[in-house]
Design a protein. Sequence first.
Length: 146
Amino acid sequence: MRLSNLADYAVITMCQAALHCGSGRVSAAELAAETGLPVPTVQKLVSKLTAAGLLRSVRGAHGGLQLGRPAAAITVADIVEAIEGRIALTACIDHAVCDYESGCTMKPHWPIINEALRTALAGITLAQLRGPALAARAPLAEDHPA
């Protein structure tokens, strides 16, 4: 599975917006300049992220963008879903027509797989992404003997 460029850019944009927490507001143009992303792309992302409640837009002389909730309460799953919609690895979960549905043994398992993926992404907060790099891999069962 690969995220779309927009979902990737949304995570980058939100991480950059999180760096401004507590220091006022930031504009979409400033976020674009700081991330190196095109202004129209950031404006499109800001619109979707604001609609999802992840960013808040404040009008006026001291207006701009700020996080819609604390960085520790925003997850990668929230950001991806704001851009992509519900996390699902296959289209059949959304009741799409499938030529193989009558003999498919996987369809009942996809919700479990999708939920595991969403849970993993929901376990990573924006606050964590602002800090040092996350571990390169999850601990293996053999790393923690019973």
